[in-house]
Design a protein around this ligand. Structure first.
Ligand code: NAP
Length: 487
């Protein structure tokens, strides 16, 4: 199947933090892939901007290296790469000083192309960048800014950041990235829910027993120990990624597939979340990998704080108080150094009200699994008769729609979330970006949970590296007569 690629309008994209890790690993290789796919017009311009002194030639060499290292199968496109590099410039700029701003202004003036400014820098610089863009006349009502996570570390800081950005830019110009929303499956989740008659009538507490959302990583904190220890799994993953997934699963059908209609519905979900009771939260810290303690030490060693109470794992039971979901729990779980790298949403339907197959009564449930990684795809478990003459025995089989199988070579697997989202910025489509009030509502829900365990001086429970989290997480499910899906 051949994918349809519609080129976007000509644009100028300035990447503040253009020499940083995110730019090298995701943004620049992603832009190159869009260039190879024919989506990036030949007269689009990318301007890397960071403090480091270097000329454009040196920056292009850096971009070329980044593409070789992180570009995947697109890494070695000789002449195409050369053409792409010709569209790249570099400016040495200081977000907090005067250096580079006049040059940037000159570069950006006199064009009627889409102007986008990607803030791929520490959030402490967001305000400085916004203020200087305005001062230098680059914050006109056509320009857009893209801001990275973390968006605050609590409600107060998120509010302050929203307020600062709102001083210089309208909400319609601000693109808050949550790259989970750029994943193919996440959008497919909306297509499956709202493009089919099959699921929506069953999508409620009457038919759904519970929902699980798991984002498991095999890696530890790595070199980000110090940063991570100030944050923890709740702030780093739940407040943004897992809550966004929860919203998409739980929201009411929006009247239209447009940014504010979708985001209004997501916001209603967050506002309908009950506070989580302390015994519905399980926190953990990973132990060292047995036999490989030096390379993969325990969490506290990795963050260099033997008394750290920050969680590298958190699981919780959330309840949504509205007509659709009252009585259906949502179990959220995320952690580092778990048994597998996997992100999955599982909708577990209720048992049939009465089984006519006596010996199998109560044993079978339909399970809809939406896999974000690896192997993005959707699987529906259905119950059928076991083939053969052995009588009426039932088994569960998956109806599998792994995108790579179903769609062959079509782009799905190759389009990284970042490249999709950057193209949406250029197109001016905010549907897959978080609105300011959404972010604040998410913090308003998570803040009391964090404050609660800090006030209780809660100590995360240790869990084995390569396991599925601490036993308190298993117990959280067991108490409800349920169990986690295998990671
Ligand atoms: P990084 O590797 O530390 O890069 C930071 C960038 O900011 C560098 O290009 C640095 O370049 C530039 N910079 C620092 N101070 C500056 C100043 N005063 N003026 C202009 N530029 C300045 O960080 P990163 O990992 O790329 O992360 C960037 C942002 O993305 C952060 O908000 C991070 O939380 C977020 N994020 C990153 C990832 C990831 O995978 N890396 C994932 C999600 C979110 P110079 O030193 O040359 O100035």
């Amino acid at each position: 199947m051949v994918s349809r690629v519609i080129p976007v309008d000509p644009f100028d994209l300035v990447i503040f933090g253009g020499t940083g890790d995110l730019a090298r690993r995701k943004i620049l290789p992603g832009l190159f892939r869009r260039f190879c796919a024919g989506q990036m017009p030949a007269d689009a311009r990318i301007v890397g901007a960071a403090r480091t002194d270097m000329d454009t030639a040196a920056y292009r060499a850096m971009v070329s290296d980044a593409i070789s290292e992180f570009g995947g199968e697109f890494a070695c496109e000789g002449t195409t790469l050369e053409k792409f590099l010709q569209q790249i410039d570099y400016i040495s700029i200081d977000a907090r000083g005067e250096k580079g701003w006049a040059e940037l202004q000159e570069k950006m003036s006199g064009t009627d192309r889409v102007e986008a400014y990607y803030f791929s820098v520490s959030p402490s610089l967001f305000g400085d960048l916004a203020e200087r863009l305005q001062h230098w006349g680059m914050a006109d009502h056509e320009s857009r800014i893209v801001v990275e996570k973390p968006f605050g570390r609590d409600l107060e800081t998120a509010r302050a950041l929203n307020k600062t950005l709102a001083t210089y830019f309208a909400e319609s110009q601000i693109y808050r990235i949550d790259h989970y929303l750029g994943k193919e499956t996440v959008q497919n989740l909306m297509a499956v829910r709202f493009g089919n008659m099959l699921f929506e009538p069953l999508w409620n507490a009457q038919y759904v027993d519970h929902i699980q959302i798991t984002v498991a990583e095999t890696v530890g904190v790595g070199g980000r120990g110090e940063y991570y220890d100030k944050s923890g799994a709740m702030r780093d993953m739940v407040q943004n990624h897992l809550m966004q997934l929860l919203c998409l699963i739980a929201m009411e059908p929006p009247a239209r597939f447009d940014p504010d209609a979708v985001r209004d519905e997501k916001l209603k979900v967050i506002r309908a979340l009950d506070p989580v009771e302390p015994h519905h939260i399980a926190r953990g810290q990973y132990l060292a990998e047995v036999g490989n303690e030096t390379e993969n030490p325990d969490y506290r060693t990795a963050v260099n704080d033997p008394r750290s109470h920050t969680e590298s794992f958190v699981a919780l039971k959330a309840k949504i108080s509205n007509w659709r979901w009252a009585g259906t729990p949502f179990y959220l779980r995320t952690g580092k150094r778990m048994s597998a790298r996997s992100s999955e949403i599982t909708v577990v339907f209720k048992e049939t009200p009465h089984s006519i197959f006596a010996e199998d009564a109560g044993r079978h449930r339909n399970v809809l699994s939406i896999r974000l990684q690896p192997n993005e795809g959707i699987t529906l478990g259905v119950t059928i008769k076991e083939p053969g003459p052995g009588g009426m025995r039932l088994i569960d089989v998956p109806l599998d729609m792994t995108f790579a199988d179903a769609l062959g070579d079509q782009d799905a697997d190759h389009v990284d979330a970042y490249e999709r989202l950057i193209m949406d910025v250029i197109r001016g489509n905010q549907t897959l970006f978080m609105r300011g009030d959404e972010v604040e509502a998410a913090w308003a829900w998570t803040d009391p949970l964090i404050q609660g365990w800090e006030a209780r001086n809660d100590v995360p429970k240790p869990y084995d590296s390569g396991s599925d989290g601490p036993t308190v997480s298993t117990e959280l499910m067991r108490r409800d007569g349920r169990e986690w899906r295998k990671v």
